[in-house]
Write a protein that binds this ligand. Sequence first.
Ligand code: URP
Ligand code: ZN
Ligand code: ZN
Length: 471
Amino acid sequence: MEKIIKGGTLVTEAETFQADILIRDEKIAAIGKDLTAEGAEVLDARGMLVLPGGVDPHVHLSLPFPGTVSSDDHYTGTKAAAFGGTTTVIDFANHDLPSLVDSFHQWQEKALPNVAVDYGIHQNFTRFNENTLKELAALPELGVTSIKMFTAYNGRMRLEDGEIFQVLREAKAQQMLSLIHAENGDLIEVQIAEAVKAGHLDPGWHARTRSAWGAVESVLRVSALSAEAGNAPIYIVHMNAGGEVDQLRYARAHGIPIYGETCPQYLMFTDEALSREDGAKWVCSPPMRKAADREMLWRSLEDQTMNAIGTDHCPFLYNGAQSIRYEDQDYCMPGKELGKDDFRKIPNGLPGVGDRMPVLWTAAVNSGRISANRFVQLTCTNPAKIFGLYPQKGTILPGSDADLVFWDPNKEVQYGVKVAKHRTDYNLYEGMMLKGYPVKVLLRGKTIVDGEHWSGSRGSGRYLLRDRFRD
Ligand code: URP
Ligand code: ZN
Ligand code: ZN
């Protein structure tokens, strides 16, 4: 059946205008004034902004961590995404098996039956050898056109510089984008060992032992490797330090196709959060930085330097000894308490996929720091473009998937764990007053969120075969 969204104000990456939207066969069929279609269901959007469904290019669902697993799985995390106005997520497949392709299929088996919004998969590349290098060529046919490499987590996920160089060169040959987790692994190992030896075990030391300078030099180092690999495209995930933004500009000025992503937590907090009594809630890698770093990240949103906002969503319960209720069932899983006596054992990661759009609307758009169009660009359109999903996702155009969000610009919400739909026992933005909120969410034309009502379902999200990288 056709649907018409009538009377809304459309907000895209480029413009804001009043128009109706005709939806047919899961797609946007037409956009225009006073549209009619006999028999079509009319959705009244008067007084509402209509945004494209959000695209979160960086989530971790069901991610194992020593002794536990992140508390949002592919169902609960994508449901939370939908309630926050996000209808597409890109998850990361661990490189758990020797083969990259087998690792992808193993992850896909976990994801596909459970997802409630559409999704893609980035493949982690953490086991370098001649076979895995050759295997890269097989990933694009599986819809995997981006890989993630780490310059930290020595002995576990890190690749050496020479290895990164070879993967970058091959990824470029396959028209794939390389995502980089940029920190200085060697420095981190030494600084952690020294902190522990000195008896510093509280959560604040998580940030003190993961150097901002290390992140900055790592962005420059990988930019250099990209240049040597023939200007291989790179995307720096979860940018957190102000100096990283400088490196982004420097590399770009030298012709390197480099993209930057930051996350709400780096825009909203500093490392002071880790010194709170419940500081473990803010432990993620890389850590939050200083107020000056935070300000440089904000400026990078304003001056167009930053390309995308993802979340790095990867929640753990704060008190995993206590069960929580989720969809009328008890849920319990070890969480942040694993590290109560030792910051090294705190599961790294925090909730965010449902918070990203409502929190940043208030903090970034209402505050006047960025326009609503730039907001859409950072949270919807650019992630879709960069990761081979545009114009199917991330925009409002005839032919695009009818992933649409009714955004009530006047709705006021006191935000927190009871409002957000993540399967966890805390929210970083507890008590924050929000103005402007997603009140209805359509996934391919079907309403999946209507106020507090959930009509999405486990397994109804689709796997997205992403296009190869294009500059
Ligand atoms: O602390 C975090 N961010 N955990 C997820 C893994 C990663 O490096 O993105
Ligand atoms: Zn990372
Ligand atoms: Zn991550």
